[in-house]
Design a protein. Structure first.
Length: 640
């Protein structure tokens, strides 16, 4: 019996050795026609299990990573189809795989999947950081599954980062800074960054993204707060009416009135017109370091911390707030005076002050990107000897900028709408009479009947003959651009046609969200993520506006701005689900898909006429649709 037991044990040991040998003999990487795929041993479920490198050109390499063993079949919205004819080699050396083109090389670790990019002389250009440079967290939104993830790269002290779109907060070089990428009127987010170290990084993700610190800004309650009497618990908030009388005074542990939901926390019946609110007291930091503050403001705002004016008076229109960021060095346990002086400058206005806890200078200076939702991590490394060549690589990936009509480069005349046909024609005639050059005159919104937003039909009482209007404009050797929103009132024929096919976002209608026109009307936006919806949207524009010979399109509110100043979470609800997934995953790409509808639509019926669009929001790839982005509804001050 003992002999059989020994034989069985030896047999099991032999099987174990053979299994281990078989495991070791399995290839940990696989070369493909376009690059290499590396399989990793995950230490935790939040680590990458598979990393893929693909050669796009001699100077562009795509890196993809997932905590799963395979990649989903995902079509990029921003990167056009690529024909890969670039020669490359793959070499295994020790614990690394090196992929080399005629201009650059990328090395990936077989143990942890970290990637480093070099020039042909072996000089490092960009390196994923030590430690957990990649991390994944499962997320579900609207029944769709994906991951939140972060990628961190090392960055030398003298590196500078430019790009990320348009963020009107007085920042140019984003080194050691934090920026949130989402779309908002005056804020245009593009997940592309250019370094002064001869590379650019295109982050192929469409959700809420954070550059720098991945954490959300925290409330002022993270500090110990003391009121103006020195009592702990909150800052003194004094509400002062236009007559200079104190309406109420209370302690507040949070200054968070930044959207339509949070402003409900203001004291009931406080008369905001020409009023002033002052938060004052002391803050005590829980730890020593550099705190990053974010001021979200409308109206007139000033901030003092430690007796210094850290924010000189800034102003924004009450209905369209802006963000301003600043840093303050604080010591743990030290009480520091703070004062926020705010004049709302409107019956409804917005204000908040939040902060990020300190991080080490080394961590804060790294190049880091976090995204809320995606199917897998995807970025493109673009090498170039100068920034112009890096931008050329960006166009290689996302599409060439089309040649615009020649007149679009000329002089424009625009105002907050011409209210009648006579007004726009007579204005242009006066320019010609005075010999003032003008190439384009703009017809802003509300040329339709009051309750017909989305009909694309001119109000005949004010615009009796649109064809004659266009003939008159063209007869004076000028062009006309017209405002078209992706918005539809429920009673319009266009809404009903789109809604019948499931192409309208439903939440605003279910919630009876009314706009600011007349008594307020209920409507919603169409879903441009459906090809059929885009086709129908263009068909409606063609049949009602383009037929008159309209020259260009002003695509307003393309963030989409379904309800101004709503919270980010409610904004997502208002525009979900899309035809291809949750708005959480596709938050930032509405303007891109909307531009696709108009550009491809017009080219399909008039291929020999150049297209031009002006849009209030944008994203990577917008340039391929003959589209320019304007600054949005900025504050009416020279200083922005």
């Amino acid at each position: 019996m003992m002999i059989y037991k020994k034989q069985f044990i030896l047999f099991c040991v032999a099987l174990g050795i053979l299994g281990a040998m078989a495991s070791c003999s399995q290839p940990r990487y696989k070369k493909s026609a376009s690059g290499v795929v590396v399989s990793l041993d995950q230490q935790t479920k939040s680590d990458a299990a598979t990393v893929k490198l693909e050669v796009i050109s001699d100077e562009i390499i795509r890196v993809s990573a997932t905590p799963e063993n395979t990649f989903p079949n995902r079509e990029s919205l921003i990167v056009i189809p690529q024909e890969n004819k670039t020669a490359f080699t793959v070499e295994e050396k020790g614990a690394f795989i090196t992929l080399k083109t005629a201009r650059i090389q990328a090395q990936v670790s077989l143990s942890d999947g970290k990637v480093e990019f070099y020039d042909l002389h072996g000089h490092s250009i960009l390196k994923e950081a030590d430690g957990r440079s990649k991390s994944f967290t499962p997320i579900e939104a609207d029944g769709y599954h994906g991951y939140s993830f972060q990628q961190i790269f090392d960055s030398p002290e003298d590196e500078a980062f430019y790009g990320l779109g348009q963020h009107q907060s007085d920042e140019w070089n984003y080194k050691s800074k934090n920026e949130e990428l989402y779309q908002y009127n005056t804020k245009v987010s593009v997940p592309f960054v250019v370094s002064n170290k001869n590379y650019g990084l295109l982050w192929d993700n469409y959700s809420l993204t954070r550059f720098g610190n991945a954490e959300e800004y925290g409330q002022m309650s993270q500090f110990k707060l003391y009121n103006s009497k020195g009592e702990e618990g909150g800052l003194s908030a004094k509400y002062i009416t236009a007559l200079g009388e104190v309406f109420t005074e209370q302690d507040e542990a949070e200054i968070d009135y930044e959207n339509l939901e949070t402003i409900q926390r203001f004291p009931d019946n406080f008369p905001f017109a020409n009023a002033e609110i002052v938060w004052e007291g002391e803050i005590e930091a829980p730890e020593t370091g550099l705190y990053h503050f974010k001021l979200y403001y409308a109206g007139y705002t000033k901030v003092q911390i430690g007796g210094k004016e850290v924010v000189k008076e800034r102003w924004r229109t009450a209905w369209n707030p802006n963000t301003y960021k600043f840093t303050v060095e604080l010591k743990a346990g030290e009480r520091v005076p703070v004062k926020l002086d705010w004049k709302p400058d409107g019956g409804i206005s917005y204000i908040s002050l939040k902060a990020l806890s300190p991080r080490s200078e080394t961590e804060q200076s790294k190049l880091a990107l976090w995204s809320e939702m995606g199917q897998h991590m995807d970025y493109y490394f673009i090498h170039g000897d100068n920034m112009d060549k890096i931008i050329s690589g960006y166009r290689h990936l996302t599409g060439k900028a089309t040649i615009l009509p020649r007149w679009a480069y000329g002089f424009w005349q625009s105002r907050e709408r011409y209210k009648t046909q006579d007004e726009i024609v007579e204005t242009l005639a006066e320019f010609r009479k005075r010999h003032i050059p003008i190439d384009n005159i703009v017809q802003d919104w509300s040329y339709w009947e009051e309750d017909q937003w989305g009909s694309h039909e001119f109000d005949v009482s004010r615009f009796p003959d649109p064809q004659k209007m266009m003939n008159d404009i063209h007869g004076m050797n000028a062009h006309c651009m017209i405002s078209v929103w992706p918005k539809f009132y429920c009673n319009t024929h266009h809404y009903k046609a789109l809604d019948a096919k499931g192409y309208i976002y439903q939440q605003a209608v279910k919630d009876s969200v009314k706009d600011w026109i007349g008594p307020g009307y209920v409507g919603s936006f169409y879903d441009p993520y459906s090809q059929e919806a885009r086709d129908l949207f263009w068909e409606q524009m063609k049949n009602n506006i383009y037929k008159y010979g309209m020259d260009a399109w002003w695509m307003d509110a393309s963030e989409p701005d379904i309800l101004s100043n709503s919270s980010l979470e409610y904004r997502k609800k208002l525009s979900t689900p899309t035809a291809i997934g949750s708005s959480t995953e596709y938050l930032n790409t509405y303007a891109l898909m909307n531009a696709d509808a108009i550009y491809e639509g017009q080219r399909s019926v008039d291929p020999n006429k150049r297209v031009f669009l002006l849009t209030r929001s944008g994203f990577a790839g917008l340039q391929r649709y003959a589209t320019a982005t304007w600054s949005g509804d900025i504050g009416t001050r020279w200083k922005i």
